[in-house]
Structure formats: structure tokens, C-alpha cells
Write a protein that binds this ligand. Structure first.
Ligand SMILES: [Cu+2]
Length: 322
């Protein structure tokens, strides 16, 4: 299993990245052990009685037994107390898990087929990677740009639905520096299982530095474009020739070619066409090689990409030629 390569992983559970995770595991252990003991008592008792009271002869007759009040009280009351403990303990953890401290650092989190975007109040944006400071409560304000997704961090033992048109909330306080895996855990389409992200927990100083830093500093436009492509486009747009099963036009040899559209019009794929197709994809819906139109399923990226990123994609597309 992927999480077992962590030094602090226990045998059956993912690493514990938060205090909540430790508490959560303790409760889980209690439930497992209580269940095991109950199982041994019930199944063991069953086996013992089967052997002990096996009919010995054809005329063997069972004695007339009504009940035993002490025994019946014990097997009702003890489980009742265990359930109450689980309920109380679970409620205690749940309340902490759901109620973010007032001073939490906020990160806006967006799910979109098929990646996670993180937007910080400073305006910093990040795709597929959330960087946060250690020992600091982080509050996520989550929403979706298309369908239902769910933000799940096994190491923190938390998950929350991402719902279009609504904000949901989640918080955590990571107590160890390191990388933690994020999954989408609400089936959202073809590449649901590839809808991954990383949470990188760093020291306060590293975080401040990351927050100030321009991630594209020193990169050529085509390199910026390649990064944006890998984060945002690759799920649908291939760099290889278009297949019958492709759900979106291939990027190979796209730039400079004549594009045929669903409404019968056509245009040359220049910078303006590419820009429009990213910011407002349904303005012109391309046709497949076979002649029918692609389904207009691409979400609009208006407001999500900086000018630098747009320019990067355009320059990157120009390099995809053969
Ligand atoms: Cu999803």
C-alpha cells in the first residue's frame, strides 16, 4: 500500500499527520478490540455450547430453562455501556474535527474535473499542490466548478464534499512536516481516480517564502505552458493524434491549422482562438476528424489562469508539432 513507505505508518492505518488522526485511530482501535472480544465471546460461547450440549442419545431431552436475569442484564448492559462510550468519544472527536479554530489560516479549494486548485488570500494560486505551515490550523473553503467531488486526506482522517454552487468547510492542523496525499472520493467521471493532489506541510519560514515566490520565476514560456498543461489540460487533451475515443481535440499540430466547428464555420487556430477556447470553451465547439462535434463539456477557465499562464499554454501548443 502506498502509505506504508512512511516511517511513522502503523500496520493498518495511513500515517498520522494530525492530532485528530491520533485520536481517531485510538477510537478505531477501541472499536476493533471491543468487537474482537465480543466476537470471541459470542462465537466461542456458541462453539462451546454446541459441543457441551450436543444430543448424546436418541432419547436425550433438553432441560426446561426459562431465563437468568443476571446473565441477561449483563449481556445487555455491558454492550450498552460500550456503545455509549463509542458515542461520547466519537462525538468529542467529531466536534473537534468539524469546528475550525477562529484564527485558522484560510485556503480556498476548488475541485474541477480532474484536479484540485488552491487559492490563497494573497492571490497566490496553486494547482495540485497545497503548501501549508506546520502546527497552524488551516481552514479549507471548498467548492466545485462542475460536478460533485470530495476532498479526502487519509493521513489527516478528514474528508468533505465539494459541491457546485455551495461552500463547504474542512480544517486540519498538521503536526509533522511532510507530503500528504489527497484523493477525490466522490466518483466524478472518467479520470476520477487520477484526481489527486499533494499537501506539502513545511515550516513557517519555508511557507512564507513559498507564498512570496513566483513559481514561474526563471522559466521559459513553453515551460510554464508545459506545467499548466500537466496540471489542467492533460486529463482531456492529448499530445498524440486524435483517437475515436478522445473526448477533446488533440493538441498535436493544432496551432496554425484550420479548425472546423459544429456550426459549420471555421477559423485558423491562432493566439486569439486559443485564448477564447480556454476562457470560454463553448464559443466555438470543434469537430472531430470523423465530422461530428465534440461534446461541449469543457469548463470555462476565465479568471483561473494568469496572463503568464495563458501565454505559456499558447507557446507550449506551438511546440506540439510533428
Ligand atoms: Cu472528483
Amino acid at each position: 500500500m502506498f502509505w506504508l513507505n512512511k516511517a511513522h505508518a502503523s500496520t493498518f492505518m495511513p500515517p498520522q499527520g494530525t492530532e485528530i488522526a491520533t485520536q481517531y485511530d485510538s477510537l478505531y482501535e477501541f472499536i476493533v478490540i471491543a468487537s474482537l472480544i465480543s466476537c470471541v465471546l459470542v462465537i466461542g460461547g456458541l462453539a462451546m455450547f454446541v459441543l457441551k450440549y450436543k444430543r448424546k442419545s436418541e432419547t436425550d431431552k433438553t432441560a426446561y430453562i426459562t431465563h437468568d436475569t443476571r446473565l441477561e442484564f449483563a449481556w445487555s448492559f455491558i454492550p450498552f455501556v460500550i456503545f455509549l462510550v463509542v458515542f461520547g468519544w466519537g462525538t468529542y472527536i467529531y466536534v473537534q474535527m468539524r469546528k475550525a479554530p477562529d484564527n485558522a489560516f484560510e485556503v480556498h479549494t476548488f475541485g474541477q474535473k480532474w484536479n484540485w486548485d488552491f487559492v490563497y488570500k494573497s492571490g497566490k494560486k496553486s494547482s495540485g499542490l497545497m503548501v501549508v505551515p506546520v502546527n497552524t490550523p488551516i481552514k479549507l473553503i471548498i467548492s466545485s466548478r462542475d460536478v460533485l467531488h470530495s476532498f479526502y486526506v487519509p493521513a489527516f482522517r478528514i474528508k468533505q464534499d465539494a459541491v457546485p454552487g455551495r461552500y463547504t468547510k474542512l480544517w486540519f492542523e498538521a503536526n509533522k512536516v511532510g507530503d500528504y496525499q489527497v484523493f477525490c472520493t466522490e466518483y466524478c467521471g472518467k479520470d476520477h481516480s487520477n484526481m489527486l493532489a499533494k499537501i506539502k506541510v513545511v515550516t513557517n519560514e519555508e511557507f512564507e517564502e513559498w507564498l512570496q515566490n513566483n513559481p514561474y520565476k526563471g522559466l521559459a514560456a513553453t515551460e510554464i505552458g508545459a506545467q499548466v498543461y500537466a496540471a489542467k489540460c492533460v486529463a482531456c487533451h492529448q499530445k498524440s493524434a486524435e483517437q475515436a475515443s478522445s473526448i477533446a481535440p488533440s493538441f498535436l499540430n493544432l496551432f496554425g491549422k484550420t479548425r472546423q466547428f459544429a456550426d459549420g464555420s471555421s477559423t485558423t487556430a491562432d493566439e486569439n482562438y486559443i485564448r477564447e477556447s480556454i476562457l470560454n470553451p463553448n464559443a466555438k465547439v470543434a469537430k472531430r476528424i470523423s465530422g461530428e462535434a465534440f461534446s461541449p463539456i469543457m469548463p470555462a477557465f476565465a479568471g483561473q489562469l494568469s496572463d503568464e499562464e495563458l501565454m505559456g499554454i499558447i507557446e507550449f501548443l506551438k511546440t506540439l508539432k510533428e
